[in-house]
Write a protein that binds this ligand. Structure first.
Ligand code: KPL
Length: 326
C-alpha cells in the first residue's frame, strides 16, 4: 500500500513519520524545496513531550518531494490513498491536481485512490467532491496534538484519536469506496488510535464547535489553549461563542452533545501548553482557517435565515490581523 500525504505541516510530518517508521510506504509532498532537502537529508523526527524521540523515519524509509512532482510519481507508481493534509485554502488546488492524475487513464474507475480530507472546519468535503466526483472520499477528524518544530521535526504534543468515515452528503463513498479497513489497520500498526466512524458528520460538527471557540480567541489574545481557562472573562467569551453556535446548530437541525461545553474545557486543559493552529497562523502572518471555522458558523446561520453576529465579528477581526487575508 502506498499512501501519498500532501502537506508537510505538523500533521503531514506526524502521520508520515510514524507510518514510514512502521514500514508503510509513504510519499510526503511538500510546498518548499528547502523542506524536501531537509527531509531527504535528515528523515522525520517525532519527539514526545519529554524531549525524547518517539519515532524516527530515516530518509530511505520514505519519499519526499515537492507537490509539483506528485503527479509524475503517481503515474509511474499509483498510490492507493491520498491524505489531504493541507490547509483549507490550498485544498481545492491540490484536488484539481489529483483530478488530473487519472485524466489519461483508461482504468481510471478502478484506480481511483481513496482520498482522506483532514481539514479543520466544515464544508470542505462538499467542495472536494465537486472537484473529484465519483472518487472514494473520506473525512478524517483527529484530536492528535502536533506542532512542527523544524522542517523535518514535529513535537507530538498530545496523543489523540483519528476517526475516518464517509460523510452523509457524500453520494458515492459508500458504494465504491476503497475499503478503509486496511488503512485503519496500518494507522494502528504505526501507533495511532484510529477507528472507522459511521457518524463522521457528528465528529465534524463537534470539532467545528471546539475550533470555533478555542482558535479565534487564542489567536486574538495570543495565548495558549490552557490560558483561556485562566480568567472568567475569557471563559465568558468562550461561552458566548459556543451559545451562539448552538443556536445556529439548533436552527439547522444539527444535534450536538449536551456536554459540549465540558468537552471544550477538557480540550483546553488537555492541550494547555499548545498553540492553536489559528494563533500559529496569525503569529506567522499566514492566512488562517477562520473562514472555514467561524465563517462556517456564519454560513450555516445564513442558511437557516438567522445571524451569528459574534462569529461574524471574530471572523472579521482575525482576517484583519493577517494582511494576506484582506
Ligand atoms: O484543533 C485544534 C487547533 O489548534 O486547530 C485545537 C483542538 C484547538 C488544539 O490546538
Amino acid at each position: 500500500m502506498i499512501i501519498d500525504l500532501i502537506g508537510g505541516g505538523s500533521l503531514g510530518l506526524l502521520y508520515g513519520g510514524k507510518l514510514a517508521a512502521a514500514g508503510v510506504k509513504v510519499r510526503l509532498w511538500c510546498r518548499s524545496a528547502e523542506q524536501v532537502e531537509q527531509l531527504q537529508m535528515k528523515g522525520i523526527l517525532i519527539q514526545n513531550t519529554y524531549g525524547a524521540a518517539e519515532a524516527l523515519a530515516k530518509p530511505e524509509a520514505f519519499t519526499a518531494g515537492v507537490i509539483e512532482e506528485f503527479a509524475s510519481y503517481w503515474k509511474q507508481e499509483p498510490g492507493q490513498w491520498i491524505f489531504l493534509m493541507t490547509k483549507q485554502k490550498d485544498t481545492e488546488a491540490v484536488c484539481q491536481m489529483s483530478a488530473g492524475l487519472l485524466e489519461q487513464d483508461k482504468l481510471a474507475q478502478d484506480r481511483r485512490p481513496g482520498v482522506v480530507g483532514f481539514q479543520n472546519g466544515y464544508g470542505h468535503m462538499e467542495r472536494i467532491e465537486r472537484i473529484l466526483p465519483g472518487w472514494p472520499l473520506y473525512a478524517a477528524v483527529t484530536t492528535e496534538g502536533a506542532k512542527r518544530t523544524a522542517l523535518h521535526e514535529v513535537l507530538h504534543a498530545g496523543m489523540g484519536t483519528t476517526w475516518i468515515g464517509v460523510t452523509e452528503q457524500s453520494n458515492i463513498g459508500r458504494e465504491i469506496a476503497v475499503n478503509p479497513d486496511h488503512l485503519v489497520k496500518m494507522l494502528q500498526k504505526a501507533g495511532f488510535s484510529a477507528v472507522l466512524s459511521n457518524d463522521i458528520d457528528s465528529r465534524i460538527y463537534r470539532k467545528l464547535l471546539i475550533n470555533a471557540v478555542i482558535n479565534p480567541l487564542t489567536a486574538l489574545w495570543d495565548i495558549s489553549n490552557g490560558e483561556l481557562l485562566a480568567s472568567d472573562k475569557r471563559m465568558q467569551m468562550m461561552r458566548m461563542l459556543l451559545d451562539e453556535a448552538l443556536v445556529v446548530y439548533e436552527a439547522c437541525g444539527i444535534s450536538c452533545d449536551e456536554d459540549i461545553w465540558e468537552q471544550i474545557v477538557e480540550v483546553c486543559a488537555a492541550t494547555a501548553g499548545n498553540t492553536s493552529s489559528m494563533r500559529k497562523d496569525v503569529q506567522d502572518g499566514a492566512a488562517t482557517e477562520v473562514d472555514w471555522i467561524n465563517g462556517s458558523i456564519v454560513a450555516l446561520a445564513g442558511k437557516a435565515g438567522i445571524r451569528a453576529a459574534a462569529h461574524e465579528m471574530v471572523t472579521g477581526i482575525i482576517k484583519g490581523l493577517t494582511i494576506r487575508e484582506e
